[in-house]
Design a protein around this ligand. Structure first.
Ligand code: FAS
Ligand code: PHB
Length: 396
């Protein structure tokens, strides 16, 4: 088989890149190691930056997002038993003249919309492609080998987009040439999905001496909650009752009293890390999304950074195929990384401010509360949080 661009991975990065290349008439194939159902079964991100939603609109696949997604103009920060609203839309309007919001619309739904578009466009995705291996990326005619239904296949291509996530093969292929930067956090997030109405109409990020908590949602009837937990914890140790009790203990009185609990329909523990690989280009191989970087979900940036990388990579590939010009491809890594590092910083900052670390102690707790007090009473400080949370501008 032969194509112009081989995309490894059918998560948000790979699917979105495929859609953008298709719209530009560039031939591509997606190779995905898992089944379609497995990819759709993963419960992950919940918040889309405004720019991410606009990219789905540009592709003509934003209809369900607008019909079912929830536009949020603010978030709340809860500390010392009180909630304080950060007016994202009002603050970004005051700062830039244009108010911005976020869209609460699960990554699962984005993935579903992109997969359905692919099928409608008759595009090729090879699911359950095993033992994907990339060769010739340092020359001009890369080849990808993989096994499907017990048979070995070769895919000849001109460029490879490594969109295969943190544990993928793409970054591993160039492991001896890549520089990595990492911070592993000494705690995890225990997440619960429940068919219960959200405790509030906006997200609540809570700082508490017992640890961080987050109240999010997927719809007016489906909630997503998280509590910071120990990395030694096992999901089996957390009954639903224990989870709800712990969540209540970290919220303000009104939220604790009005929280509607119910049976968890998904419960999982995710470790937290900040990770960036540099550079993002190796000859004809380009890394994008979680294959290149990981952020703690505190700033709701993971999925949105995958969108950001793909925006830059797709434009560079389209320019190359339309004009033969390769300057945008040459500039992809530096341009994508500038925005990546700003989101990595914001996610690290939010995580550092909201979580209980082993060495936080009483002094550290006072410092965190003081920073939150400053944020919720200083317009310039709140503007900085707001412009990062809704998504910094793309530098096109
Ligand atoms: P993905 O990991 O989504 O997709 C990579 C794809 O490549 C997968 O389908 C995988 O099966 C495939 N693949 C891997 N190796 C392969 C190989 N060798 N060959 C072929 N295919 C291969 N972000 C947020 O913003 N908010 C959150 O709350 C949040 N929660 C998260 C919770 C968890 C448990 C995890 C793991 C991540 C979370 N994230 C969150 C981040 C997440 O949403 C990612 O940023 C997003 O999935 C990135 O998309 P991709 O880069 O496409 O990577
Ligand atoms: C989610 O809804 O899963 C979510 C929302 C905001 C975050 C992290 C996760 O910062």
């Amino acid at each position: 088989m032969k194509t112009q661009v081989a995309i490894v991975g059918s998560g948000p990065a790979g699917l979105l890149l495929g859609a953008l290349l298709h719209k530009a008439g560039i031939d591509h194939v997606i190779l995905e190691q898992r089944s379609k159902d497995y990819v759709l079964s993963r419960i992950r991100a919940g918040v889309l930056e405004q720019g991410s939603g606009e990219m789905l609109d540009e592709l003509g696949i934003g209809a369900r997002m607008h019909a079912e997604g929830l536009v949020h103009d603010g978030i709340e920060l809860c500390f010392r038993g009180r909630r304080h609203r950060i007016d994202l839309h009002g603050l970004t309007a005051a700062a830039t003249g244009t108010g911005k919001s976020v869209m609460v619309y699960g990554q699962t739904e984005v993935t579903k919309d992109l997969m359905e578009a692919r099928e409608a466009w008759g595009l090729t995705t090879v699911y359950e492609a095993e033992d994907v291996a990339i060769s010739g990326w340092d020359a001009t005619a890369p080849t990808i080998s993989y096994r499907k239904d017990g048979r070995q296949h070769q895919l000849a291509c001109e460029y490879v987009a490594g969109c295969d996530g943190f544990h993928g093969v793409s970054r591993e292929t160039v492991a001896d040439r890549i520089r990595t930067y990492e911070r592993v956090y000494p705690f995890g997030w225990l997440g619960v999905l429940s068919e219960t109405p959200p405790v509030s109409h906006e997200l609540i990020y809570a700082n508490h001496e017992r640890g961080f908590a987050l109240c999010s949602m997927r719809s007016p009837t489906r909630s997503r909650y998280y509590v910071q937990c120990s990395l030694e914890d096992k999901v089996e140790q957390w009954s639903d009752q224990r989870f709800w009790d712990e969540l209540r203990s970290r919220l303000d009185e009104k939220a604790a009293d009005t929280l509607v609990t119910g049976a968890s329909i998904e419960k999982s523990i995710a470790p937290l890390r900040s990770f960036v690989a540099e550079p993002l280009r190796f000859g004809r191989l380009f890394l994008a999304g979680d294959a290149a970087h990981i952020v703690p979900p505190t700033g709701a940036k993971g999925l949105n950074l995958a969108v950001s990388d793909v925006r830059y990579l797709s434009r560079a590939l389209i320019e190359r195929y339309r004009t033969g010009e390769e300057s945008a491809l040459d500039g992809y890594s530096a341009r994508a990384l500038r925005r990546v590092w700003k989101a990595v910083r914001f996610s690290w900052w939010m995580t550092s401010m909201m979580h209980r670390f082993p060495d936080t102690g009483e002094f550290g707790q006072k410092i965190q509360e003081s920073e939150l007090d400053y944020l919720t009473h200083s317009t310039p400080a709140a503007m900085s949080l707001a412009e990062n949370y809704v998504g910094l501008p793309f530098e096109d």
